[in-house]
Design a binder for this molecule. Structure first.
Ligand code: AMP
Length: 281
């Protein structure tokens, strides 16, 4: 497995791979890999001849006061895991390589980025759509793989690919969880042992919501109230948002109908965690 840090070198390798008629699967990540990332990589290898994974902690998608500096990084560990998962090349550019002095071009989706994480992290999705466009241009994948864990991100990127007629398909794979239900995340490494216990509130409250819905509850306000009640019982937990929106347009609804997304962001201590559940009624 190769590790490439230059855009030029990555592009010339892509040219070589494509000239042999091979398909390219792409998994963009910020590294500190876990089974969520590795499942995307293994699936990419099943579906494509050649797999590129990027590891780039993108400063553009972090707000002021967020954890860009602290974000965990370990390229040595990541490259071993990625190789075992079938990755052919890791693309790990520096910030300077991606955003040289004078960089001034951005990509923005304007319809579904003003809610959920877009509302609490202004500028976040502009950073995501910009970096992913750049990565798509460099890697030229046939298929790109994303996780349902970041539900809004996957919706925004699908919209971007459609709106801008990008020449690839996005595949979204289910959230991979720890045995006790916690959604895997590189940020889980920030949690101490009591926070790790409290972090279970996210998946527990989604399960509770699912049970309420299975028992016939359709009132969005009631479901949100029950989730708030469960989470706010824990003094380590502080809700950023809990929302229930229609899919795929992320519109507010009063009653569940068809396909909906229950999405939440909760601070456990200083760590902001997200989780979500798709419900069909
Ligand atoms: P990140 O490194 O957090 O930017 O994530 C890179 C990719 O992995 C994104 O498409 C995420 O949605 C996906 N991902 C992160 N955590 C999980 C998880 N627990 N299950 C499935 N996919 C995940």
């Amino acid at each position: 497995m190769q590790i490439i840090d230059s855009i030029q070198a990555m592009k010339s390798l892509v040219r070589e791979v494509r000239s042999k008629g091979q398909t390219i699967g792409f998994v963009p990540t910020m590294g500190y890999l876990h089974q969520g990332h590795l499942t995307l990589m293994r699936t990419a290898k099943e579906k494509c001849n050649f797999v590129v994974a990027s590891i780039f902690v993108n400063p553009l998608q972090f707000g002021v006061g967020e954890d860009f500096e602290e974000y965990p990084r370990d390229l040595g560990r990541d490259s071993k895991l990625a190789e075992e998962a079938g990755v052919d090349v890791i693309f790990a550019p520096t910030v300077k390589e991606m955003y040289p002095k004078g960089y001034s071009t951005f990509v923005e989706e304007e319809r579904i980025t003003d809610k959920l994480c877009g509302e609490s992290r202004p500028g976040h999705f502009k950073g995501v759509t910009t970096v992913v466009t750049k990565l798509f241009n460099i890697v030229q994948p046939d298929l790109a793989f994303f996780g349902q864990k970041d539900a809004q991100q996957s919706l925004v990127l699908k919209k971007m690919v459609k709106d801008l007629n990008m020449n690839l398909e996005i595949q979204v794979l289910p959230t991979v969880r720890e045995e006790d239900g916690l959604a895997m995340s590189s940020r889980n490494s920030y949690l101490n042992s009591s926070e790790r216990q409290s972090a279970l509130l996210l998946s527990k409250s989604l399960n509770m919501a699912q049970n309420l819905i299975e028992a016939g509850e359709r009132r969005v306000a009631e479901i949100k109230k029950a989730i708030h009640k469960l989470i706010t019982q824990d003094t380590l937990a502080r809700i950023d948002y809990v929302e229930i929106l229609s899919l795929p347009d992320l519109e507010e609804v009063e009653f569940l109908e068809g396909s909906s997304l229950i999405a939440m962001a909760v601070f456990i201590g200083n760590t902001r965690l997200i989780d979500n559940l798709v419900v069909e009624v």
